[in-house]
Design a protein around this ligand. Structure first.
Ligand SMILES: Cc1ncc(COP(=O)(O)O)c(C=O)c1O
Length: 314
């Protein structure tokens, strides 16, 4: 029996995608992060950034916490702040689905929704939209003298995955993992997990998944940062990004991400969001070309229930 919901973070199940990888030379496995109490992979960095700040004396009881988020970091922070009794304001783009704001409010936090840049679409958050969210976040941090976890630049969001996600994958695969792939938002999942896995075995290949139209980390020309894969693909280099642990970038189109999510739900019984679909599509691309016997691991970042309003599963 855990002392609080905060202790229930991590140790999520890893599941083989046997049906989706039938006939391929490699096996694919996915880590189910929606099992976390705040509902996503971002619970890990949310808790880690708050606890690092508490230890460093940067976050005191009663202080405000303010963060720019696509919703999942906000959900994770709202969940952790609820238990810790901290006041939290999440700053989101209007392009993110309403389910995310509703979930953050359910945990007792406030949500500030920033209108999208001209031409923005619900369900798509572009780099320009994110820039507007950044401006509003800075204003609120100043106004409330708030602590800002700053997920794109805070090393604690990397260490959460290094000591958590990466070690768990190593243990759960008994050291047999050969590849890891993750869709990039703040890049905490990719960099933290890759750092841990490569420390165990430097031969493990780690890949970023990026929207086809915005393969920025691959050094390709960015055509369009508007795409349906919420939670990342902003065509920017996060401060915590570390190319030394990344072997390459795989493009995934919005259509492939949607097909990946639907196949994952219909054939494997795992209902994730768009980025989980992108991760499955990227992992299957690797699996088609990998050496026989390879084991490719990826993550199901959150639940498809957060995207019902977009028609992902219609
Ligand atoms: C749905 C979803 N997928 C993927 C990611 C990317 O994770 P990371 O920030 O660790 O790169 C996020 C980040 O917020 C997310 O919300």
């Amino acid at each position: 029996m855990f002392d609080s919901a905060l202790d229930a973070v991590g140790n999520t199940p890893l599941v083989l995608l046997k049906r989706l990888s039938t006939g391929l030379p490699a096996r694919v496995a996915i880590k189910l992060e929606y099992f976390s109490p705040g509902g996503s992979i971002k619970d890990r960095p949310a808790l880690a950034t708050l606890e690092a700040a508490e230890s460093a004396g940067l976050l005191r009881p009663g202080q405000y916490v303010v963060e720019k988020t696509s919703g999942n970091m906000g959900g994770g922070l709202a969940w952790a702040c609820a238990v810790k009794g901290l006041k939290f304001i999440a700053v989101l783009s209007a392009g993110n689905t309403p389910e995310r704001s509703q979930m953050i409010r359910a945990f007792g936090a406030q949500v500030v929704v920033v209108p999208q840049a001209r031409g923005g679409k619900l369900g798509e958050v572009s780099r320009e939209d994110l820039e507007l969210v950044e401006i509003r976040t800075c204003e609120l941090v100043k106004r409330y003298k708030a602590f800002r976890p700053d997920q794109f630049n805070n090393p604690a969001s990397v260490s959460a995955h290094q000591s958590g996600t990466g070690q768990e994958i190593w243990r759960q695969t008994k050291g047999k993992v050969t590849h890891f792939v993750s869709f990039v938002g703040s890049s905490g999942t990719l960099i933290g997990t890759a750092t841990a896995l490569k420390a165990h075995n430097p031969k493990i290949q780690c890949f970023a998944a990026e929207p086809q139209s915005a393969q920025f980390l691959a050094g390709k020309r960015v055509q369009n940062t508007s795409h349906p894969i919420q939670g990342g693909g902003y065509a920017l280099r996060p401060g915590i990004y570390d190319e030394r642990v990344v072997n390459g970038s795989l493009p995934v189109s919005g259509r492939e991400a949607i097909a990946g999510a639907r196949e994952l739900a219909c054939r494997e019984g795992i209902m994730g969001g768009y980025s989980s679909g992108a991760n499955v599509a990227a992992a299957l691309k690797l699996a088609r070309k990998a050496k026989r016997g390879s084991l490719i691991v990826t993550v199901c970042c959150d639940t498809g229930l957060k995207y019902l309003s977009t028609g992902l599963y219609e």
